[in-house]
Write a protein that binds this ligand. Structure first.
Ligand SMILES: C[S@@+](CC[C@H](N)C(=O)[O-])C[C@H]1O[C@@H](n2cnc3c(N)ncnc32)[C@H](O)[C@@H]1O
Length: 228
């Protein structure tokens, strides 16, 4: 079989097409910037980053204006067409150069060890294959490179966790662009061989009753460096 057909089959299998969710997310995510303090979370997520950065599942590009000027370049991967178009527009408003590129987390279209840092925010819930996506993130980070993450996942008491699992098995992913509520991003990062740096649990929104999407974690991990 020619290599070309293997490649195109792989790409089409990875294509993410959620036009209704994309429209909905483009609206609620902008509202959440101020209303739920997401803008502050994005500042904390990206503070202190430098060098070449890859952002996976960049959505409509709401992180872009929060990158510090110490970042020399952002390669922003986004598979969903509408969100990618919005990300291209958001890139024009950023203080740092942002290149928006189609692609999926499970097969990143970039060279190995090419980035000083990687960013995922609200993405590991939606990728089809978490361990493959994290394996790809390890591949493209240089040894010792940093991963910044802001993700939601499993949390609360037994009743909440049961509700999260039930929603995952029924309507939630179909209505929310493939999102899952009961994944455990910290455990997945450890299992993928990342060294966990500081991370903290937060509730989003911070006030009011906890929802199945409220159990968030914001933190840092590192691709282990070359030994000795
Ligand atoms: C909830 S949105 C988050 C967007 C953005 N990161 C943010 O912080 O607002 C989830 C994003 O993950 C993207 N996504 C879904 N599956 C993906 C995959 N397999 N690889 C890369 N991105 C994916 C979606 O297209 C969407 O942009």
């Amino acid at each position: 079989m020619p290599l070309g057909s293997v490649r195109s089959r792989t790409v089409s299998r990875e294509t993410v097409h959620h036009p209704l969710f994309a429209r909905y997310y483009a609206r609620i995510s902008v509202a959440a910037e101020r209303r739920f303090g997401m803008g502050d979370v994005r500042d904390r997520l990206l503070a202190g980053l430098s060098g070449r950065v890859i952002e996976i599942g960049a959505g409509n590009g709401l992180n872009f204006t929060h990158y510090p000027r110490t970042v020399s370049e952002v390669v922003a991967i986004e598979p969903e067409r509408l969100l990618r178009q919005l990300a291209v527009e958001a890139a024009l408003r950023a203080d740092v150069p942002v290149d928006v590129v189609p692609g999926a987390a499970e097969a990143l279209p970039v060279k190995s060890e090419a980035f000083d840092a990687a960013v995922v925010s609200l993405v590991l819930c939606s990728v089809r294959d978490v361990s493959r996506a994290l394996g790809e993130l390890r591949r493209v980070l240089r040894p010792g490179g940093t991963l910044r993450f802001y993700e939601h996942g499993t949390g609360g008491g037994p009743a909440m966790r049961y509700a999260q699992r039930t929603l995952d098995r029924t309507v939630w992913p179909a209505l929310n662009g493939g999102c899952h509520l009961s994944r455990d991003p910290v455990a997945a990062l450890r299992a993928a061989g990342f060294e966990l740096g500081p991370y903290r649990r937060l509730s989003m929104p911070a006030k009011g009753p906890r929802l199945p999407v409220s159990y968030c974690v914001l933190g840092t991990a590192r691709r282990p460096g070359v030994e000795g």
